[in-house]
Design a protein around this ligand. Sequence first.
Ligand SMILES: [Zn+2]
Ligand SMILES: [Zn+2]
Length: 123
Amino acid sequence: MKTGSCFCESIQFELKGDDYPVANCHCTMCRRTSGAPFVTWLLVPKDDFRVTAGRPKVLKSSDHGTRTFCGDCGTPITCISSRHPERVDITLGSLTHPEQLTPTGDYYEDTRLPWVRPLDGQP
Ligand SMILES: [Zn+2]
Ligand SMILES: [Zn+2]
C-alpha cells in the first residue's frame, strides 16, 4: 500500500497497490495547473485509490479531463479522463515516498519544453 497527501496534509489518500506505471506529462494543462515544467503521474486503477481525509477541490480542465487539488494549499492530486474512466492518475509528487517509483515514459512530447530531457523508452 502507498500513501500520500497534499502539502498542508488536509487531504490524505491511499493506494491499494505498490507498483504502478509512471509517466511524465508535458501537456500545457499539466504545466499550467501545476506551475511546473511537467507533471509526473502514476496510472492507477480507480478502485485502488481512496481519499482518507479531506475533500479535494474539483476542476474541469478540458472537455474530457477533471482534476482535483487541495483548495487550501493548491497541491494537484488527481486527473481523471472520461476517455479512460477506469483509471485515475495521481501526482507522483504527492506520495509519501515518491522516490520508490520511476517514470518510464513521456506523454505530449510535442509540447515538452526544449530544455527538459526526454526519458528513454515508452510507458
Ligand atoms: Zn493542502
Ligand atoms: Zn498532462
